[in-house]
Design a binder for this molecule. Structure first.
Ligand SMILES: NC(=O)C1=CN([C@@H]2O[C@H](COP(=O)(O)OP(=O)(O)OC[C@H]3O[C@@H](n4cnc5c(N)ncnc54)[C@H](O)[C@@H]3O)[C@@H](O)[C@H]2O)C=CC1
Ligand SMILES: O=C([O-])CC(=O)C(=O)O
Length: 320
């Protein structure tokens, strides 16, 4: 059986890390695409040359020609611009919307059967635009943010409780911005919900609130430290987890920016929700129940995404 083909659109910090992870995990043959001359070819050759050492059986190539992604099973999109200190993700909207148009058309014309995972920011609006520009079915186009934000929350929780992060689960919902909703009630240590752990004296409300806020600020914390760009190791690992769930039909329950058509009360928008990812793409949105306080936070986050979607429609009339 032929190996799956994975196209990485954008060969920058995340794109290169995605290629390396996909190779090490032997998920399939990788094509790195970028408009920067020599960048995708150079990274592809460098990773290919690690193959004999790592014992990787996967082809790795770099290109600036969309025809090379033909027939891809998965496309992961990181093309565009990352923020620098002092910027918000939303400041990237105008420039990255133009990039989504060319990428969407490239995928539409060359890999219309692919499962597409968008990473480019501002995430929820960009994945919405990418789906419109590509015309691919909504269940085959989704965005990566919730896995990353939940991983950050899990990391902070595991450190606080001094337990293995394997025993910590977390769900972060809503848009991938300052208003994201780390769900305390649906996050657990060994199945015990976080509010119960406060009652058990493992932590305090103040400490939990601080971890929630640090999760919301997780991207900005890394931008402030790196100064030249944004996080890339954890974002790449998160998208690879989603790609693997699709390629291996794992039916993983993962939070991702999925198309909502009335799900959780959201209409014609992409926003972070729990989903089931398997061979059918986003096979299901898990319509969890939110309490009043969670619903208010979720609504605020959805409204922030709606403002960005409206801004996209204002910039590009073909989206209106
Ligand atoms: N959704 C999430 O959770 C996260 C999203 N991001 C976002 O991911 C994006 C990529 O981040 P990095 O890889 O760190 O940036 P980067 O700057 O290292 O790489 C971006 C690459 O896109 C390429 N590019 C620009 N226009 C293009 C086009 N029209 N077609 C093809 N390639 C094009 C550039 O040449 C560059 O190599 C940014 O928008 C960033 O904000 C970053 C981290 C997490
Ligand atoms: O903060 C950024 O600009 C990149 C990002 O989305 C993240 O790391 O969560």
């Amino acid at each position: 059986m032929a190996r799956p083909k994975i196209a990485l659109i954008g060969a920058g910090n995340i794109g290169g890390t995605l290629a390396h992870l996909a190779a090490i995990k032997e998920l399939g043959d990788v094509v790195l695409f970028d408009i920067a001359d020599g960048l995708p070819q150079g990274k592809a050759l460098d990773i290919a040359e690690s193959g004999p050492v790592e014992k990787i059986d996967a082809a790795m190539s770099g290109t600036s020609d969309y025809s090379a992604i033909a027939g891809a099973d998965v496309c992961i999109v990181t093309a565009g611009v990352a923020r620098k200190p002092g910027m918000s993700r939303d400041d990237l909207l105008g420039i990255n919307l133009k990039v989504m148009k060319s990428v969407g058309e490239g995928i539409r014309d060359n890999a219309p059967d692919a499962f597409v995972i968008c990473i480019t920011n501002p995430l929820d609006a960009m994945v919405w635009a990418l789906q419109k520009f590509s015309g691919l079915p909504t269940h085959k186009v989704c965005g990566m943010a919730g896995v990353l934000d939940s991983a950050r929350f899990r990391h902070f929780l595991a450190e606080e409780f001094n337990v293995s992060m394997r025993d910590v689960t977390a769900f972060v919902l809503g848009g991938h911005g300052d208003t994201m909703v780390p769900s305390v009630r649906y996050s657990t240590v060994a199945g015990i919900p976080l509010p119960d752990l406060i009652e058990m004296g493992w932590t305090t409300q103040e400490k939990l609130d601080a971890m929630v806020q640090r999760t919301r600020d997780g991207g900005a914390e890394i931008v402030g430290l790196l100064k030249t760009g944004s996080a890339f190791y954890a974002p790449a690992a998160s998208a690879i987890e989603m790609a693997e769930a699709y390629l291996k039909d794992q039916k993983r329950v993962l939070p991702c920016a999925a198309y909502c058509d009335g799900d959780l009360g959201v209409k014609d928008m992409y926003v972070g929700v729990p989903t089931v990812i398997g061979a059918g793409g986003v096979e299901k949105v898990v319509n969890i129940k939110l309490n009043k306080e969670e619903q208010e936070m979720f609504d605020t986050s959805v409204n922030a995404v709606k403002g960005l979607v409206d801004a996209c429609k204002g910039i590009d009339s073909s989206l209106a």
